[in-house]
Design a protein around this ligand. Structure first.
Ligand SMILES: [Zn+2]
Length: 420
């Protein structure tokens, strides 16, 4: 079944007037097989941007692949969404909400990590956290649980970055510069085996939530990417490394094209097991963002159609340079709105962070705790906290969150924060 043809002039007119395009229908499927039982996932389809207003629905899909135990994965699953939402100001428009999301995701990830550290447990987890609002998809991720996007032109692109020391030279450099040692496991006889790991701790990932027993330069600051799909829709496949160690992004996408999401998730898992066997926890979420007049994701359209969508939606953003993946904007089916993967907290919070200085009380940009400026001024002297005579130059951080920031940058010896 094909949609009726709409004259080009009408389409352009709609786009120019920013006329409300109908919201898509979102369908999902989940499948998995446990080996160690450390994979967790979250599906929440009834989130509301404005509590009590059902016209402001958005949905969340996430995967948490735990290691050295399950407590970090469970904690992140239970806390992350709330911690992200509490970092977004109330009473803002949908457009402002979407623009604030990338920063709120950074805050939510860091806050969740600090809270978990305070529990004094040592497990860790990846977190790949996807928010869908209309045609806009925002993905925040630490670790190696990938999210891919299969669009209507048959183009598969990666919305996450693998934070694996073995495969990410930039992260190796950052970890080494912050005081970590990167090397392989030495077995009896001095032979080096396995993937590159960070010492102390021996973790293969360069970013995660939890992991209080490794250096704090293993940061919880997520890579964030936000894209807007054309109203032809697309399919997301979010999965733990049990899938990605067996299948490339292309193989996973191709193995389930044209099938409903529920069946698609099962097929991706089956395909991964067929090629590799059950070596690791294997979890897969498939999420279809479908035009509301379709019941399944429509089949790949002809090339001509691609050129049309490319003309309409192929806006390049300043953040479009992603190494080693297909450039979404080069194909033009998807509009790239935002991408940032910096591991430096203050860069991610930005200089225009809203400062709540009413009544002489300042709110920490990360944990949202209020401090009086006298407390803050004493402990927060430094480049991000100016003397009273000067205007603010950056976000206010409370004592605790400032310690965390310094530890993540390798500026103070890493150790768990034990006091609130
Ligand atoms: Zn704080």
């Amino acid at each position: 079944m094909r949609s009726p043809l709409v004259p080009l002039a009408t389409l352009i007119g709609r786009e120019l007037r920013n006329e409300k395009v109908e919201r898509p229908c979102v369908k999902y499927g989940q499948a998995g097989l446990a080996k160690k039982g450390e994979d967790y996932f979250l599906i929440k389809t009834d989130c509301q941007r404005v509590p009590g207003d059902s016209s402001t629905l958005f949905s969340v899909y996430a995967i948490f692949d735990g290691h050295n135990g399950i407590s970090a994965a469970i904690f992140a699953k239970e806390s992350l969404l709330n911690n992200v939402m509490s970092a977004i100001p109330q009473d803002i428009s949908r457009e402002e909400w979407l623009q604030t999301l990338p920063r709120a995701l950074v805050v939510g990830f860091v806050k969740t990590d600090i809270e978990f550290q305070q529990k004094g447990e040592t497990s860790g987890t990846t977190a790949t956290f996807v928010l869908i609002d209309g045609w806009t998809v925002t993905v925040a991720s630490v670790g190696d649980s990938r999210c891919i996007l299969d669009t209507q032109g048959g183009v598969v692109s990666l919305l996450t970055v693998d934070h694996r020391l073995e495969e990410n030279a930039e992260e190796r450099e950052r970890v080494t510069a912050s005081g970590g040692e990167v090397g392989r496991l030495n077995v009896f006889g001095g032979n080096e085996v396995g993937p590159l790991r960070c010492w102390p701790g021996g973790l293969c990932l360069s970013r995660s939530i939890g992991d209080t027993d490794v250096g704090e330069f293993i940061v919880p600051i997520p890579h964030v990417k936000q894209v807007k799909l054309s109203n032809a829709g697309g399919r997301l496949i979010i999965a733990s490394d049990g899938i990605w160690d067996a299948l490339s992004s292309d193989m996973a996408a191709k193995s389930c094209r044209g099938l409903p999401a529920e069946l698609a998730a099962k097929l991706v898992v089956k395909e991964a097991l067929r090629s590799r066997g059950l070596k690791d926890d294997t979890t897969c979420l498939v999420v279809d963002i479908i035009p509301s007049d379709h019941s399944v994701l429509p089949p790949t359209p002809r090339k001509k159609h691609n050129m049309l969508t490319s003309f309409l939606f192929g806006k390049k953003s300043q953040y479009s340079a992603t190494k080693g993946t297909n450039k979404l904007s080069a194909v033009g089916i998807v509009e790239e709105l935002f991408e940032d993967g910096s591991a430096i907290l203050v860069e991610r919070l930005g200089k225009d962070f809203p400062v709540n200085s009413n009544l002489g009380i300042f709110r920490c940009a990360v944990c949202q705790a209020d401090q009086t400026p006298t407390d803050g001024l004493v402990v927060n002297s430094g480049p991000f906290f100016s003397p009273a005579s000067k205007p603010w130059e950056g976000p206010f951080l409370c004592t605790n969150c400032r310690k965390k920031k310094d530890a993540m940058e390798g500026k103070r010896p890493s150790r768990p924060i034990l006091t609130a």
